[in-house]
Structures are given as structure tokens and as C-alpha cells.
Ligand binder design. Structure first.
Ligand code: 1GP
Length: 252
């Protein structure tokens, strides 16, 4: 058996190698556009694909995952907005608990209901503390869950939430300003959170330029997730990947 995807997150973090995850929303791609994204991602040495969206209304999820698996060997990780977004064809699942919110349904309720199906899927399960940070625009997840995001300047709340998530056993912390956020998460908050946890830190939401991606990595993000900006201009994959990978500390 090959090494687990989580192990790759962990090892890359400890080798101070930064990772780039391209987010694919199955509602916003078709077979043709997906083929282009996969080919650009292969050329640019993208590390992971995340697949999912807050509200997947199309039936393209399984097809999208199968297509990516056929065309490349970049790991495909589900980033589900709801328990219905599970595809057995993927490699792993971000098993998200919305720890920044206070809605029991997204902390544990939906997990209980979907547990038998998730277990049966044989996906690699990666318990993830999911923290929504205010990105200057209401996010679908906040609206649907009726859960407020963490204010963008309340670093101490973000730090304590991440620490609590880690001590509860979460293997990853994902800070998200929401897809298309007007204000991405500040470097200040990223650096304080990164300094208070041991597990890999994923950061996303509203990152539109390579410089921001680079600075986020330098502040302590281990994985950068980009969706919207790439949907608008897939050729950005190359520059984003170069910036993220250039921020890795080179070990002689
Ligand atoms: C959203 O973190 C992801 O959940 C990515 O956000 O689509 O704004 O890049 P963008």
C-alpha cells in the first residue's frame, strides 16, 4: 500500500515544503474545461486537487473525480459542503467539523447521519477542524449553517479555536475566508494560528494573486487552496504554483 495522503501532508510540512491545492467546484466545470485544468496542473506540479463546493447542484461530482483520476495521479481530496458530496472514486475526504460555528449539525449532527456511508466508502478520512473567517462577504456555509464567521481581526479567537480543534483530535486545521472572499485572511492571523498548532494548516478564500499566496506560506500556511481565481483564469495555475513552491524553505 502506498503512503497515505495525510502522511504526505505531514511530511511536506516537516520538510517545510509548501503545497498547492486547486479547488474544483463540480458545478462550475465540464469535461472540456476540466481537461484543461488537469493538464495545466500537471505542467505546474500542483500537489492536490480538492473537489467540492458549498452547494453542489449538478450531478457531475462522480464524473469529475473519475475524469481527474483517469488523467493524472495528483491526489483527489473531497471537500464536501454536505454529506451528499461523497464520491467513492476519490482518494480521501476532508472530514470537516465547523469548529468556528456553534451549529451542532455541522459540528457532529450530519456526521452521525452519514457515518455508515462514509465508512463504507473506504476513502481515507482526514478529520479537519474547519474555521470560517470573515472575508468581507457572507459565505454560503455561514448562511446555510446560520453560524457566524470569526471576525477577521480577532486573532485570539482563531488561535484558541485552532488549538481546541487540535486537542480534540483534528488532524488538519482549515482556515477559510470563503470562496470569492473580498478580504482574504490576514498574514497576521495565519502566523499566530500556525504558531499555536502542530498539525498542517490549510488556508484559502479570496486568494487571487501569487504574491498573496507566497506571503500566506511565509506566514505559516502549509497548504494554499485556490478556486475562484483559477476558474476565472486557469492559466494562473502556473504562477500560483511557482509562488507557493518558491516559498518552501530549501533544505541543502
Ligand atoms: C473556498 O478556500 C476555498 O472554500 C477557496 O476559495 O474560491 O476564493 O479561491 P476561492
Amino acid at each position: 500500500m502506498g503512503k497515505s495522503i495525510y502522511q504526505s501532508f505531514w511530511e511536506r510540512k516537516h520538510q517545510q515544503k509548501k503545497s498547492f491545492a486547486v479547488l474544483i467546484d463540480p458545478d462550475k466545470v465540464n469535461a472540456h474545461s476540466l481537461k484543461d485544468v488537469v493538464s495545466l496542473a500537471l505542467d505546474a506540479s500542483v500537489d492536490y486537487f480538492f473537489i467540492g463546493g458549498s452547494l453542489v447542484v449538478s450531478h457531475f461530482l462522480d464524473e469529475a473525480v473519475k475524469q481527474v483520476k483517469q488523467e493524472c495521479d495528483i491526489p483527489v481530496i473531497l471537500f464536501p459542503g454536505s454529506p451528499s458530496q461523497i464520491s467513492q472514486y476519490a482518494d480521501a475526504l476532508l472530514y470537516l467539523s465547523l469548529i468556528s460555528g456553534r451549529n451542532p449539525e455541522l459540528l457532529i449532527g450530519q456526521h452521525v447521519i452519514s457515518a455508515p456511508a462514509v465508512k463504507k466508502s473506504r476513502l481515507e478520512i482526514m478529520p479537519t477542524g474547519y474555521m470560517v473567517i470573515d472575508g468581507g462577504a457572507p459565505t454560503t456555509v455561514s448562511y446555510i449553517s446560520n453560524a457566524s464567521p470569526i471576525p477577521s481581526d480577532k486573532n485570539e479567537i482563531a488561535v484558541c479555536t485552532a488549538m481546541a480543534g487540535e486537542m480534540l483530535g483534528m488532524k488538519l486545521i482549515y482556515m477559510d475566508a470563503g470562496s470569492g472572499a473580498r478580504k482574504p485572511i490576514t498574514e497576521n492571523m495565519i502566523s499566530e494560528v500556525a504558531g499555536s498548532i502542530e498539525v498542517p494548516l490549510i488556508v484559502g478564500g479570496g486568494i487571487t494573486d501569487p504574491e498573496k499566496a507566497y506571503l500566506n506560506c511565509k506566514s505559516g500556511a502549509d497548504v494554499i487552496v485556490i478556486g475562484n481565481a483559477i476558474e476565472k483564469d486557469p492559466s494562473l495555475i502556473r504562477e500560483m504554483s511557482a509562488a507557493i513552491h518558491a516559498s518552501s524553505v530549501r533544505v541543502p
